[in-house]
Design a protein around this ligand. Structure first.
Ligand SMILES: Cc1cc2nc3c(=O)[nH]c(=O)nc-3n(C[C@H](O)[C@H](O)[C@H](O)COP(=O)(O)OP(=O)(O)OC[C@H]3O[C@@H](n4cnc5c(N)ncnc54)[C@H](O)[C@@H]3O)c2cc1C
Length: 462
């Protein structure tokens, strides 16, 4: 901000959050101009860092009163442009609001501020003998506020659900600086509208989370991990459907195609079978007796469906090797080319074989390298297009391929995004899934709670 009005605003922000928590230099503003999405950066005018709940509320009210567009930012790891600011707007950081306020071991809930890092929270909960299952791949840096605003999933989504399944309630600031409460610390609560449900996946467009009440559960007593090796990706994808159809719900059921297997093995020599067409990485957990029974049945189904080999982890090291391979998939693929487009269109689980076939056709049709891995058990695959955005001709083919991925997923009864959100990246496609009436209803809702459209404008706007 260089104009006299801008510097007056800097002073006013400094008066609210303190000098040390206002950033205006070009280099600071650039640092907050982009996120993990493959989109061009947009420079904010100012970056502010509230460190108390009360100050956060005052910042929101100040932005509203002065008509300043505001983008709240956790760790900026979202993959849909949700934290790319409005040009010249205000970025509000939550990393100064990172306290775990309560972990209640009797009533199995926790109260947190939005900037708490996901893995740090899960570890603290585990130390108390409890379990917080949502585990996005970004968990060592992502924040709980960002997880709630994106409804983040993870490897355990199949059995344990996603972030929304753990949000019991919250307090959030509305644009006028009022603290709104929804939900409670009780297992059951039907008082008032489910506003905290509305806030989940709202991508910073409806309110700014101040405190979140999260459900905790007892951890499983035992777990067994295994890797099934297939010579045909069709057999592997049919096995996913067969396991679910057998009424077994593993904690985790992931898939990697041959391109991803080879890339991961090259990245970190993990001894993966690089000639395999596909791998299924599976973990069952629960009571030891149930684990033994389910593991045997899963093994039997995999073999019946044509798995050429089944490796069962015998100890923690072998278990970690399996899951490290899966966690390496994205960083390994991302190293291959300057631009990595990670999609997350999702289909009903029974349609995984059809979606895998569609991705093969799309890769051939547009002559693009696509590595596919992901949460096959949830129907949530991550086809990852490796490209170079500077190659204009190839980039055009990428854009067409992405649209076709969405079209094919929707035609199979699926959805545009299983967990990465809409943000700026997918807003243009919302109409295809939701239709005009739903977009109009959403726009009316947004206008009612944010009449000046200052909360993360343009995100999720169809
Ligand atoms: C390597 C990698 C792996 C990933 N793996 C997964 C995965 O397995 N599963 C998955 O679901 N996602 C995954 N993601 C995507 C991303 O990590 C998630 O979307 C995560 O929830 C974002 O958290 P964040 O703290 O970075 O939020 P940010 O990116 O900072 O923000 C995300 C959204 O939340 C809003 N927001 C943040 N704080 C608040 C608040 N206090 N009030 C209101 N709105 C707020 C922002 O405005 C924005 O719209 C991955 C990303 C990367 C880079």
């Amino acid at each position: 901000m260089s104009s006299p009005q801008a510097s007056a605003l800097d002073d006013e922000f400094s008066a609210i959050v303190g000098n040390d928590n206002v950033m205006t230099s070009e280099i600071d503003r650039y640092a907050y101009s982009y996120d993990a999405a493959v989109l061009d950066p947009v420079m904010p005018g100012i970056v502010v860092r509230p460190t108390t709940s009360e100050v956060l509320g005052r910042v929101v009210k100040f932005c509203h009163d002065n008509g300043l567009p505001l983008t709240v930012r956790g760790a900026g790891t979202n993959l849909s442009g949700g934290t790319i600011p409005h040009p010249g707007g205000v970025v509000v950081l939550t990393n100064g609001l990172n306290r775990i306020l309560e972990i209640n071991e009797e009533d199995l809930y926790a109260v947190v501020e939005p900037g708490v890092v996901t893995a740090a929270f899960a570890q603290e909960v585990a130390r108390r003998g409890l379990f917080y299952p949502p585990d996005p791949g970004s968990q060592t840096v992502s924040t709980l506020g960002g997880n709630v605003a994106e409804n983040a999933g993870g490897l355990r989504g199949l059995k344990y659900g996603v972030t929304k399944d753990y949000v019991m309630g919250m307090e959030f600031w509305d644009v006028h600086g009022n603290l709104i409460r929804s939900g409670s610390r009780t297992v059951k609560s039907v008082t008032g509208y489910n506003l905290h449900g509305l806030m989940v996946a709202s991508e910073g467009t409806l309110g700014v989370f101040d405190k979140i009440i999260l459900k905790l559960i007892p951890p499983p007593q035992a777990a067994r991990s295994m890797m099934a090796v297939f010579d045909s990706i069709t057999s592997a994808s049919e096995t996913v459907a067969a396991i679910i159809a057998a009424k077994i719900v593993p904690a985790t059921l992931e898939m990697m195609d041959n391109f991803t297997i080879r890339t991961v093995d090259n990245f970190r020599k993990a001894g993966l079978p690089t000639d395999a067409a596909a791998l299924l990485l599976i973990e069952v957990d629960g009571h030891p007796g149930q684990v033994a029974d389910e593991a045997a049945r899963v093994e039997e189904i995999c073999r019946r469906q044509g798995a050429r080999e089944l490796k069962v982890a015998n100890d923690t090291t072998e278990r970690n090797t399996i899951w490290q391979a899966r966690r390496d998939a994205l960083p390994a693929l991302a190293k291959l080319k300057p631009t990595c487009v990670l999609e997350d269109a999702t289909v009903p689980r029974s349609k995984i074989p059809a979606m895998i076939a569609a991705l093969g056709e799309i890769s051939t049709k547009f002559n693009l390298t696509i590595g596919t891995f992901g949460h096959a058990g949830d129907g949530n695959l991550h086809p990852t297009i490796l490209t170079d955005k500077r190659d204009k001709a190839e980039w055009q083919r990428v854009e067409h391929a992405v649209e076709e991925i969405f079209d094919r997923a929707l035609a199979l009864g699926g959805t545009l995004s299983g967990e990465h959100g809409i943000g700026l990246a997918k807003r243009g496609f919302l109409i295809k899934e939701l239709g005009q009436a739903t977009l109009d209803y959403t726009a009316k809702l947004k206008k009612a709670v944010d009449p000046k459209n200052i909360l993360n404008p343009k995100k999720m706007e169809g």
